[in-house]
Design a binder for this molecule. Structure first.
Ligand code: DSN
Length: 411
């Protein structure tokens, strides 16, 4: 970063300190990951200089012939990776992808059925505080109060009663397999479009570690930076018959110029996700999550839904007499970074919820395996069972730093 250091040493120092923070801490935030140097290079490239409103061969600017190749590569690779008919690689984020998909399929005021935020859904699935919830008439399905799993009987009954124009599957805090075929059947029965937001599990889907929504859904939205391990951005896959509507909804409907450096970085990420080493990484994400889940459960923490099938574990920390925000703070003092989360039927408010969401994408990308994940699980139990034992937390903090020293964050 020689140029940056010369021009802006203050910002250069911020970047160096953030890289060091990422290196020295155990990151269990389920929606984060670390990208390869190849993705970083594409993102930091001169493609950021180019305006390219429109789509390849149909731009509103001259000089787009080279970046057209980058966007075509990204689109073709996304379709090859996930098996979709058509890909739009321009959404700046997952929420932008969802907004575009809604506007392609719906009119303002149309009815939508999606997963409740408190039960694992996402803000952009019609939360009252999101524009999506203000524009469309969203209704939300819960998980079963008994099993904490999605219950397709509940979803089906709500769909029959509400007759929504769109049903959404996909979550940001749901630790189990989602039955996309079952959702599609309900959509067929009530004549609703079916949208899957696979942002959290996209990397697992790419590696066949989670059933793919693509054969079942009319539209699949995603981010590319979670388990998929690409740049921060969004993605839409759809059936050919919806391609024109989706493209128009992204541009000019909801966005201006695409970020061509980010489009290029997406192309790199899709290429990486087609390799055998990516498949191994995706399998290890799940194995590490299963190990973590087992150790936490043995340590007396209640696991929401009783287990995990994917990259994340949702923990009810009331089982050790804590709240999620407090538990997050205790773990942070030991160098373990997590996020507080609502759990299904949470009696506590979002700023002071009852849960913690823990995910294994980042530690798996760094190369940590079962043994190291087991150690992390035992540290978490120790901290949460002894949150006022400062000496113990300091000792665990040192052990966390020692562990991190052996696992680089540049891949
Ligand atoms: N904020 C992301 C997450 O943490 O799940 C979703 O957008």
């Amino acid at each position: 970063m020689n140029a940056l250091r010369d021009v802006d040493p203050v910002l250069a120092d911020i970047i160096v300190r953030e890289e060091e923070r990422q290196r020295a801490e155990v990151n269990l935030i389920a929606s984060e990951n670390i990208v390869s140097d190849a993705v970083l290079e594409a993102q930091g490239s001169v493609l950021t200089n180019k305006y390219a409103e429109g789509y390849p061969a149909r731009r509103y600017y001259g000089g787009c012939e080279v970046v057209d190749e980058a966007e075509n590569l990204a689109r073709e690779r996304a379709c090859a990776l996930f098996g979709g008919d058509h890909a739009n690689v321009q959404p700046h984020s997952g929420t932008q992808a969802n907004m575009a998909a809604y506007s392609a399929l719906l009119n303002p005021g149309d009815r939508v059925l999606a997963m409740d935020l408190q039960h694992g859904g996402h803000l952009s699935h019609g939360s009252r505080v999101s524009l999506t919830g203000k524009i469309y008439d969203f209704h939300h399905y819960p998980v079963s109060p008994k099993t904490e799993l999605i219950d397709l009987d509940i979803v089906g009954a709500m769909a029959k009663e509400l007759q929504p124009k769109l049903i959404i599957a996909g979550a940001s805090a749901y630790p189990r397999i989602i039955d996309f075929a079952g959702f599609a059947e309900i959509c067929n029965e009530v004549g609703a479009f079916f949208l899957v937001d696979m942002a959290h599990i996209a990397g697992l889907v790419a590696a066949d570690e989670h059933p793919s929504p693509v054969p079942h859904a009319d539209v699949v939205t995603s981010t590319t930076h979670k388990t998929l391990r690409g740049p921060r951005s969004g993605l839409i896959l759809c059936k050919e018959k919806l391609a024109k509507k989706i493209d128009s909804a992204v541009f000019p409907g909801g966005q201006g110029g695409p970020l061509m450096h980010q489009v290029a970085a997406r192309a790199v990420c899709f290429e990486e996700a087609m390799t055998s080493s990516f498949r191994e990484y995706a399998a290890k994400i799940r194995a590490n999550a299963a190990t973590l889940c087992e150790i936490l459960s043995e340590g007396g923490l209640r696991i929401v839904s009783g287990g995990t099938d994917n990259h994340l574990v949702l923990v009810d920390v009331r089982s050790v007499g804590l709240r999620g925000d407090v538990a997050e703070e205790h773990l942070s003092r030991a160098g373990i970074v997590v996020n507080m989360n609502m759990i299904p039927y949470d009696p506590n408010p979002p700023r002071h919820p009852s849960g913690l969401r823990l995910g294994t994408p980042t530690i798996t990308s760094r190369g940590l395996g079962a043994e190291e994940t087991g150690r992390i699980g035992r540290w978490i139990v120790e901290v949460l069972q002894n949150p006022t034992d400062e000496e113990r937390i300091a000792r665990i903090g040192n052990e966390v730093r020692e562990l991190c020293d052996g696992f680089p964050t540049r891949i």
